[in-house]
Ligand binder design. Structure first.
Ligand code: GLP
Length: 255
C-alpha cells in the first residue's frame, strides 16, 4: 500500500522503467483510464532524457471501443498517443491497440459482415501477442465493478480477446472522456481474462475511494466470474499497488 495516487504513479513508473532496463525488448500490456495517467507522465518525463528507452519495446493495449476510428479523440489509441506513444521512441510497428473498426480486416475482405471482421481482428490480436512470445508485464486498472480491461462481471475466466458489451455503470464512468452529448460506445474489444493471465507478470493499480469496495472484494480472495479481478488470484506473480484511499475499507490502521 502506498500513501496516495502520486506515490502509486511513482512506484508504477519505476516498475515499468525497471522492466525496460532488465529487457529492452520487453513486451508490455498497457492500460488506459485515469489511474495510469500519472505513471505515463513519469515514464515520459524520464524517457525524454533517455531517448532510446522504448526503441525495442513492444506494447499491446488491453482494450478499445468498438466503432471508434483510431483518430477519434475518445479512442484508446488516441489516449495512448496523447499520454505515451507521441512522447517516447516506441516504433509504430511495435505498438498495438485492438482495432474496434477492424479496418485492416475489412480492407482485405470488404464484404465481410462487421461481427465476423471483429472476430478476425480479435484472433489477429491474440496471434500478434503469441508471435512476440507473449506478454511479459501487464499493467491493469481496476473497474469499480471489478472489471479488468473490459472484462465485465460474467466474463469467463478462460476468455480470450473478443467483442463485449459494456456494463451500464462502465459506460457511465467512462462518459467523462467524451464531449457532453456524444454517445459513449457500449461495446469494446478486450483482451480476455485468459489472455491477461498468460502474461508473465501482472501489476494492478487502484487509487481513490471509488475503488475501495472493489479492493476489499479483491482482497477477500474468492475467485468468481461475477468479479473478474478475482481471477488474479489464479496468477503466480501479481503486484497490487493501492493507495490509502482505495485500501481504506480493506486494511485496518493500527490505533
Ligand atoms: C476502463 C478501462 C479499464 C480501466 C478502467 C478503470 O473501463 N477499460 O482498463 O481499468 O476504465 O479506469 P479508471 O482508472 O479511470 O478508474
Amino acid at each position: 500500500m502506498v500513501k496516495d495516487a502520486a506515490e502509486l504513479s511513482r512506484r508504477a513508473a519505476a516498475d515499468l522503467l525497471d522492466a525496460i532496463d532488465r529487457d529492452p525488448a520487453v513486451v508490455l500490456g498497457l492500460p488506459t483510464g485515469n489511474t495510469p495517467l500519472g505513471m505515463y507522465r513519469r515514464v515520459v518525463a524520464t524517457c525524454r532524457h533517455a531517448p532510446r528507452c522504448f526503441r525495442d519495446v513492444r506494447t499491446f493495449n488491453l482494450d478499445e471501443y468498438v466503432g471508434l476510428p483510431a483518430e477519434h479523440p475518445g479512442s484508446y489509441r488516441s489516449y495512448m498517443r496523447r499520454h505515451l506513444f507521441d512522447h517516447v521512441d516506441v516504433r509504430c510497428e511495435n505498438m498495438s491497440v485492438p482495432d474496434g473498426t477492424a479496418r485492416e480486416v475489412l480492407r482485405q475482405a470488404p464484404d465481410l459482415p462487421f461481427e465476423e471482421a471483429l472476430r478476425r481482428e480479435c484472433a489477429r490480436y491474440e496471434a500478434a501477442i503469441q508471435a512476440v512470445g507473449g506478454l511479459d508485464v501487464t499493467y491493469l486498472g481496476l473497474g469499480q465493478n471489478g472489471h479488468i480491461a473490459f472484462n465485465e462481471p460474467g466474463s469467463p475466466l478462460g476468455s480470450r480477446t473478443r467483442a463485449v458489451e459494456l456494463a451500464p455503470s462502465t459506460c457511465a464512468a467512462n462518459a467523462r472522456h467524451f464531449p457532453p452529448g456524444e454517445p459513449v460506445p457500449q461495446r469494446a474489444l478486450t483482451m480476455g481474462i485468459g489472455t491477461i493471465l498468460e502474461s508473465r507478470r501482472l501489476v494492478v493499480l487502484a487509487a481513490g475511494a471509488a475503488k475501495a469496495e472493489a479492493v476489499t472484494r479483491l482482497a477477500r480472495g474468492e475467485v468468481t466470474d461475477d468479479f473478474p479481478a478475482s481471477a488474479l488470484h489464479l496468477h503466480w506473480d501479481v503486484t497490487v499497488l493501492v493507495d490509502e484511499a482505495a485500501a481504506a475499507a480493506t486494511f485496518r490502521r493500527p490505533s
